[in-house]
Design a protein around this ligand. Structure first.
Ligand code: BES
Ligand code: MN
Ligand code: MN
Length: 463
């Protein structure tokens, strides 16, 4: 047994219990009611970094929630790895669909996690995956096995768009200077199929508001004679896709990176079981853009989805009313070369242009970010590849993910460094959903693999 495996085995119960304690704090960044808990979590993360061996730790204030910073600089001549993660979590809603309370972590066995999985909001996204790095550092420090410098930047606003992280990075370029950024906030294909995420989609998030009459009206007295904002909004939304499920916003696809046939064929080699995919989410069929596979639709193609829609009377019983207003929240997932601000602009112009007379339409841009692709030719990828190979006994598969971590493209812009995404979650871990969980096997495997990245990256960088 190698040294790290042995150390992990010896300390695994404590590693699990420490994570459980962190998961008990409800660090929901979206809801101001949890403000004290979010700040309490930042302090807990700072403490854990200190205990793991950071020689300097700090809670850095921003206009929003603080960034937790930690470092262990062993030799200025050696490379520096910057670990990024987030300590905030998604709201637990809908809470009645959880089998056990979201912030009372429990370990349960599942088909895919026979060794047990920790069920709690944030277990996988991202407290569990972030904490793997803290424990990997502890191992390296305790065993005199840290080959390079390390910095941690753990933020508290990822789930609400990282709106102040750009502000923080711009003011702390020197402090954050690094040779590579390492993140565990994505997934892997399967426990026996190691993979490295090489792409993230960009995002444009908007809210739309359709206004008809200046007050809610009696639907008998006025019905049929005035535009109903909900009828209008749903029709406008329906028109945003054509019969081939292409998005109809003019210019939307102009800059989309088209993969070559060879690249698509290579992608198609990654194991993907359509039946299992459907079964896992209870579907009788899949749906999506003509001419692309499910795997492609969810990774290399852009999307437009309504995330929420409301208006009118939704209380008990019936109320005959034509509402004054209707609303929707819409997200567009973007692929390389699409610029999120440009897409937001195109959407706004188009949506306003299709509004019929009788209503007014307002589009309010929320947040967004660019997509990202990690080159597989660089030493960063090579180091990650070698790390997985050493632990899993085979080369990992590069895979593009459909999710977004908008700050990654900003890292490259501001800090001139590449990001390596070593994710250990499974798609079935239910991140953002009720019953989110993280496999104990995955957690420990992550802790085991991370030090090998340090080793191989340092070797490749200094040779
Ligand atoms: N960790 C996720 C992103 C993710 C998950 C990427 C799995 C790839 C695989 C992250 O916390 C997240 O949820 N991001 C948001 C974007 C953000 C602006 C709210 C997303 O993708 O919806
Ligand atoms: Mn995350
Ligand atoms: Mn998330």
């Amino acid at each position: 047994m190698n040294a790290s495996k042995q150390y992990i085995k010896q300390h695994q119960d404590r590693f699990i219990n420490e994570l459980i304690e962190l998961l008990k704090i409800p660090s929901v960044s979206a809801d101001p009611a949890f403000k004290d808990d979010v700040i309490r979590t930042a302090k807990a993360v700072k403490n854990s970094l200190e205990h793991a061996g950071c020689t300097h730790t700090e809670i850095c204030e921003t206009p929003g929630y603080p960034v937790v910073y930690g470092e262990r600089i062993i030799d200025k001549e050696l490379p520096t790895i910057l670990v990024y993660g987030h300590y905030d979590v998604q709201p637990p809603d809908p809470i009645n669909l959880w089998d056990s309370p979201a912030f009372e972590p429990v370990i349960k066995k599942t088909d895919l996690h026979p060794e047990g999985a920790i069920f709690a909001r944030g277990a996988c996204d991202d407290k569990g995956q972030m904490y793997m790095h803290v424990k990997a550092l502890e191992y390296m420090v305790e065993n005199d096995d840290l080959p390079c410098n390390v910095k941690f930047m753990i933020e508290g606003e990822e789930e609400v768009g990282s709106e102040n992280l750009g502000w923080f990075i711009k003011r702390n370029q020197e402090k954050l200077a690094n040779d590579v950024i390492l993140i565990s906030d994505t997934g892997m294909i399967a426990k026996d199929v190691p993979s490295i995420t090489t792409g993230l989609r960009g995002l444009s998030y908007v809210e739309v508001e359709v206004t008809g009459p200046n007050r809610d009206l009696h639907s008998g007295l006025y019905g049929g004679a005035v535009a109903n904002p909900i009828n209008v909004l749903t029709k406008m939304i329906a028109s945003l896709h054509d019969e081939n499920k292409h998005i109809t916003v003019p210019g939307f696809y102009d800059k989309v990176e088209e993969l070559t046939k060879a690249e698509r064929e290579k992608m198609g080699e990654a194991p993907f079981d359509l039946q299992k995919y459907k079964d896992a989410i209870g579907l009788n069929d899949v749906y999506g853009e003509e001419g692309f596979s499910t795997h492609e639709r969810a990774s290399i193609r852009p999307t437009l989805d309504v995330n929420g829609i409301w208006g009118g009377y939704i209380g008990e019983g019936a109320k005959t009313v034509i509402p004054s207003k209707a609303y929707a929240k819409i997200s567009m997932r973007l692929v390389p070369n699409q610029d999120w601000e440009e897409i937001t602009d195109l959407f706004q112009k188009h949506f306003e242009s299709i509004a019929p007379s009788g209503v007014t339409v307002e589009v309010k841009p929320h947040h967004g970010g660019q997509g990202y692709v990690t080159p597989i030719e660089g030493i960063e990828y090579q180091a990650a590849n070698d790390a997985y190979k050493e632990v899993f006994g085979k080369d990992p598969i590069p895979q593009r993910s459909g999710g977004s971590i908008p700050i990654v493209s900003m890292f490259e812009e501001q800090l001139q460094s590449k990001t390596i995404l070593m994710g250990f979650g499974l798609d079935t871990d239910a991140i953002h959903s009720p019953n989110e969980h993280f496999g104990i096997w995955n957690y420990l495997k992550g802790i085991e693999t991370i030090p090998f990245f340090y080793k191989h990256f340092t070797k490749l960088k200094t040779q």
